[in-house]
Design a protein around this ligand. Structure first.
Ligand code: SF4
Ligand code: SF4
Length: 146
C-alpha cells in the first residue's frame, strides 16, 4: 500500500492569529441576523416556519407520510392481516388486531402504529397491502381515496 506524505503547511502570521477570520465570521453572522430581523421579506433568508401555526404545503408527489384509507361507510379498509408489518424491513409497524363487528370482515386494527424514528420510507408496506388500505402520499384528506 502506497503511503502518501503530506507537505507541512506553513501558515502566515495573519493565519496563525485567527482573530481577523473570527471577526470576519462574526461580521457575516451579524449581517445575516440583522438582515433577517429587519430586512424586507425578499431579502430575508429564514429557513424556518412558525410550526404548527404555519404548515408547509407538501408537493403533490410527496411520499413521506402514511395514511390509512377508509371505506365508503367510514370504517378503515385495514383488515389487520399483518402483511405490511411482515414486509417492513425496519420492523416499525405495530398492529393490534380485534374482531370486527361486521360479520363479513374477520378483523380490524384496534391499534395501528408506525414508528417514524425507524421508518425508512421504502414503501414496501404500501406494496404488500392486499386491501389498498395504506398509502404514502400527500393526500391528507381521508376521503380522497378512489
Ligand atoms: S415505508 Fe418501509 S420502513 Fe416505513 S413502515 Fe412502510 S415498509 Fe416499514
Ligand atoms: S397489509 Fe393492509 S390490510 Fe394488512 S394490516 Fe397492513 S394496512 Fe392493514
Amino acid at each position: 500500500m502506497a503511503i502518501r506524505v503530506r507537505e507541512r503547511v506553513d501558515f502566515s502570521l495573519y493565519e496563525r492569529i485567527y482573530l481577523p477570520e473570527i471577526a470576519r465570521g462574526v461580521f457575516v453572522t451579524t449581517r445575516h441576523l440583522l438582515g433577517n430581523l429587519f430586512g424586507s421579506r425578499k431579502t430575508r433568508h429564514l429557513q424556518t416556519i412558525q410550526y404548527p401555526e404555519v404548515k408547509r404545503v407538501y408537493p403533490e408527489r410527496y411520499r413521506g407520510q402514511h395514511r390509512l384509507l377508509p371505506r365508503e361507510d367510514g370504517t378503515t379498509r385495514c383488515v389487520a392481516c399483518y402483511m405490511c408489518s411482515t414486509a417492513c424491513p425496519a420492523y416499525c409497524i405495530h398492529i393490534v388486531a380485534e374482531e370486527s363487528p361486521d360479520p363479513a370482515i374477520e378483523k380490524r386494527p384496534a391499534a395501528f402504529e408506525i414508528d417514524y424514528l425507524r421508518c425508512i420510507a421504502c414503501g414496501f408496506c404500501v406494496e404488500a397491502c392486499p386491501e389498498d388500505a395504506i398509502r404514502m402520499d400527500s393526500g391528507m384528506d381521508p376521503g380522497s381515496g378512489p
